[in-house]
Design a protein around this ligand. Structure first.
Ligand code: PMP
Length: 380
């Protein structure tokens, strides 16, 4: 098997799985219980949380454990909307967000909030002037992802923060950093809130977090006993939290050398795919090398993905969360509907090897030629 869909999800690393298994086996107590088994679990819970906070240089009361980035995005946007609606009902997002952000915005719009979409330039960079103009007194929140999940466009969070705060110091800045962690350096001090998910960094599915600066208020979405965290109640999923802390520790190590390796693989693929007349490469100077998006001029992306699957090569259409739809990101970049309807995403990791890419490119060529021949026979 050659797995090239690391931006959809990653396998759980053996070290992470060992931590998960050990916490499950040896720490059965509820960390909210006051007896010895509960206390033993609570000690482990505290140390896992402390480790995550140290890694991201944040305070422990700024970390809210969630089931993943979708929940963290909901908590950030709806939580802020509810908490600050008396101050204003205006929210700004980019045109390069994950579908979960758009669905939350649709919901908030139905509840009387106004949503504005900030423009980007032809390379995907946020248009700072447009952002500045769109911020008004009633703007309570701006949400812009650190790395886009379809084309891998990376945004300068620090600069965006400066633009926002200069225009309105009360406007909060949230970033979905799910596709950035473990790929590029991110400082949580550049934002007021950030969403992240462990299954993108070789951690388990069903766990993530929202970073929320201690000065920011949010209304909780899930009410409960309040023993673990007032903002997200319930029995803490200890093995998942321990596993996430391990995954974060591994993910943040040696970022630079990992990125250099992935960049070389990306360049190899691009060099080859550039030779195909029927392929457009959806890449700009801000695309990170881990995400490589292309459009076919003639072949249907689903057909191609299933053809590659016959050789156990796994790719995706624009994102795992919006398979088959128009790629909003490719649309935001090129304004070309046909191009945006025919994308596939090849996503790489530092564990991807040169041998895998050689095999991928050979099979790509074979399948591409076969499908193109079929098309030309059909059209005769
Ligand atoms: N945001 C981004 C940028 C993502 O790539 C994803 C996963 N596709 C999500 C949010 C949703 O994450 P989760 O699966 O943890 O809910």
């Amino acid at each position: 098997m050659i797995y090239l869909d690391y931006s959809a999800t990653t396998p759980v690393s053996y070290d992470v799985l060992d931590s998960y298994n050990k916490a499950t086996r040896d720490y059965m107590g509820n960390a909210n219980s006051i007896h010895a088994l509960g206390v033993k679990s609570k000690v482990l819970l505290n140390s896992a949380i402390k480790q995550i906070c140290e890694l991201f240089n944040i305070q422990e009361n700024e970390l809210i454990i969630t089931s993943g980035a979708t929940e963290a995005n909901n908590m950030a946007l709806k939580g802020v909307a509810l908490a600050y609606q008396n101050r204003g009902k205006h929210i700004i997002v980019s045109k390069l967000e994950h579908p979960s952000i758009y669905r939350i915005c649709d919901f908030l719009e139905s509840q009387g909030f106004e949503i504005s979409y900030v423009n980007n330039d032809e390379d995907g960079l946020i248009d700072f002037e447009d952002l500045r103009k769109k911020i008004k007194d009633e703007t309570i929140l701006v949400s812009i992802c650190a790395v886009n999940s379809e084309v891998g466009i990376r945004q300068p969070l620090k600069t965006i923060r400066q633009v926002i705060k200069k225009e309105n110091p009360n406007t909060l800045f949230h970033s979905d950093i799910t596709q950035a962690i473990g790929k590029i350096p991110v400082s949580l001090h550049d934002v007021d809130m950030a969403s992240m998910s462990a299954h993108k960094i070789f951690g388990p599915k069903g766990i993530g977090f929202l970073y929320k600066n201690s000065k920011v208020n949010i209304v909780p979405l899930i009410h409960g006993s309040g023993k673990f965290n007032d903002l997200r109640n319930g029995t803490p999923p200890l093995p998942l939290i321990v596993a996430m802390s391990k995954a974060c520790r591994i993910a943040l190590k040696d970022l630079e050398s990992k990125e250099i390796k992935v960049k070389k693989l990306n360049e190899r693929i691009c060099l080859e795919l550039e030779k195909y007349d029927g392929i457009l490469i959806n890449k700009t100077k801000y695309s990170i090398p881990h995400i490589l998006n292309i459009s076919f001029k003639n072949i249907r992306p689903e057909t191609f993905i299933h053809a590659m699957e016959d050789d156990e090569i796994y790719l995706s259409t624009n994102t795992a969360c919006s398979s088959g739809d128009l790629s909003t990101s490719v649309m935001a970049l090129y304004g070309d509907k046909k191009r945006a309807m025919s994308t596939i995403r090849i996503s790489l990791s530092y564990v991807t090897t040169n041998e895998e890419i050689t095999k991928f490119l050979n099979i790509f060529k074979l399948r591409y030629n076969q499908l193109n021949e079929l098309i030309s026979v059909d059209s005769k």
